[in-house]
Each structure stands twice: as C-alpha cells, then as structure tokens.
Design a protein around this ligand. Structure first.
Ligand code: SAH
Length: 220
C-alpha cells in the first residue's frame, strides 16, 4: 500500500511538472492537482495509467477528462472574482469535481448516468470532500433552485450552449464548456463571460469531449 502511494505521488508530481511547463494553468490549480489523487477515480486495472496526460475509460462509454484539459478548465473557472458557487454538468468519475471543490465554496454537480453519479459520490466521500451537492438528472436544465452560479462548467459537448445554462450564470460569472464547432469537424472549448451588456465569448482551444446527451440512464 505504502509503495503504491509513493509511486503515485511521484508520478503525479511528474505529470503536474509537465502541465506547468505547458503554461496553461494557474499555480493554484496545479498545486491542487498535485494533491488530489487521480488514480482513485479509475478502475484498479488502469490505475497505473492515471498519471499519463490522457483520457481513460470510466465505464458506460464515458471517459475521465485529460489532465491538461482539467487544468485549463479549472483555471478558467477559478478566474471569476467571486468563488461562492459553481455548477458542473457531467460529474463522470468526479475528478474534475474534486478539483473544483478546492476552488469554490460550494460545488453543484449533475450527472445523467446514475451508476457513475453513485460511484463519484462514494469516491469524494472517501476523500472527505463535503462541499459538493450531487444530482442525478439531465444537465440541460441546469439547477435553477441554486442559481445564479459564479461559474458553470460543462464537461460534455453540445451543439450549442443550452439556454437554461447561460440563464443561470451570475453577472460577472463565466460559462465554460465544449461546443460542436461548425467551422471544422470538431469541438471548441468556449468561455463566455456574463457582463452587464451581455455575454462576451472567447474560444480557448480545440477539444474532444463525449457528447452531451438528453435524458437519464437509471441503474437497473
Ligand atoms: N469531468 C468528468 C467528465 C466525464 S465525461 C470526468 O473527468 O470524469 C462527461 C460526462 O458528462 C459523462 O459522465 C456523461 O454521462 C455526462 N453527461 C453527458 N450528457 C449529460 C447531461 N445532459 N447531463 C448531465 N451529464 C451529462
């Protein structure tokens, strides 16, 4: 056990050093990524690859996001001036959620696959993370009861930003999510800032996420 822990801490440090050299994330986010174990979010059989900068399967045809992308999205989200609350669409295994829990006072996260949501809940409880509220639902509607959010972060790609999500962003807040880019066959990670005169859009980079799907998949 001790051996595995040491190996993963070293591997994690190597990964974070590599991310730091790419200059796409804040030191605060990199420090958090250096502390949150990624290997506990994936199946034991592939845990040895948890510190490669790559997506990995988490079951149900879904993937844990690439560390580079998590670093970039978390840094973008954390750039808001008020970090009271964030809404995440697509909990998946909960790794991105765990990073956000260290950046925001309250994290609200929605997942449409019940089994993934239950597993993420357990993993975060084991890590003693207690400022995350989970919901098993279709994230297209957001979570109006807890809005507005200082940041809304989507980890699945939509044709366009669902109106309910942009409606739930607080003034001076941000919405960050991948959208399908009609100009080329791919997706762009976009950052929308909510200003007093409307949303200001920025394209961050080309990305590849799983699609944002409608409806839910309950555990039988
Ligand atoms: N950040 C997660 C990413 C998982 S992949 C991680 O690193 O584990 C994207 C996730 O979005 C999947 O778990 C998928 O089931 C979920 N998803 C897709 N469409 C959704 C929707 N409409 N509402 C909520 N979650 C959705």
């Amino acid at each position: 056990m001790f051996g595995i822990g040491m190996t993963s801490a070293r591997a994690r440090e190597r990964l974070v050093k590599k991310l730091a050299s790419q200059d796409l994330a804040t030191t605060e986010v990199l420090d958090i990524m250096n502390e949150v174990p990624r290997h506990v979010f994936v199946d034991e059989a592939i845990a040895h690859r948890a510190y490669d900068d790559t997506v990995l399967p988490i079951g149900f045809q879904q993937t844990i996001s690439q560390p580079t992308v998590v670093a970039m999205m978390s840094s973008a989200a954390a750039s808001v001036e008020n970090r009271s609350r964030i809404l995440e669409i697509g909990t998946g295994c909960g790794y991105q959620t765990a990073i956000l829990s260290r950046l925001f006072d309250e994290v609200y996260t929605i997942e449409r696959i019940e089994s993934l949501q239950l597993r993420a809940r357990r993993t975060l409880a084991n890590l003693e993370i207690s400022n995350v509220t989970f919901k098993f639902a279709d994230g297209h509607d957001g979570w109006p009861e807890h809005s507005p959010f200082n940041a809304v972060l989507g980890t699945a790609s939509a044709e366009e930003v669902p109106a309910a999500l942009s409606d739930q962003v607080a003034l001076h807040g941000q919405l960050i999510m991948p959208v399908n880019d009609p100009l080329y066959v791919g997706q762009s990670l976009i950052q929308w800032e909510c200003t007093s005169t409307g949303f200001v859009k920025r394209d961050l980079c080309g990305v590849r996420f799983v699609p944002m799907l409608k409806g839910v998949e309950a555990t039988p």
